[in-house]
Write a protein that binds this ligand. Sequence first.
Ligand SMILES: [Zn+2]
Length: 128
Amino acid sequence: MSSENGKKKFCSNCGKEIDPNAAICVNCGVAIEKPTKAKKTTITENNIPEEYRPITMWGYFGYQILFALPLVGLILILVFSFGGTKNKNLRNFARSYFCVYIIALIVVVIVAICAGLFAASATRSYYY
Ligand SMILES: [Zn+2]
């Protein structure tokens, strides 16, 4: 036996066992697909499971606009981040947006505190 690596191959046309390296079936003469090509199942957007389905460019665009909405956006982000969708891409996108929301909130709070302190010290020194 040569390079068989334990796998037997059968003709897709007549079902007879054939040489794994053969290009044509010796029984019926039909062309045999190369094993490397046959193994690779072409993935299209239609046969990707719901979980891993990519979000289209317009999908991202739409979600981005939805998430940017003041209150509705935050609710949608929370829903999608914590199991509102089976899609991992959408969930990760929502979670990343959630992080941006938190950072933005922290920045706003810091800026507000700084502005408040600055205003307080400015008025104090002004009236002192
Ligand atoms: Zn055959």
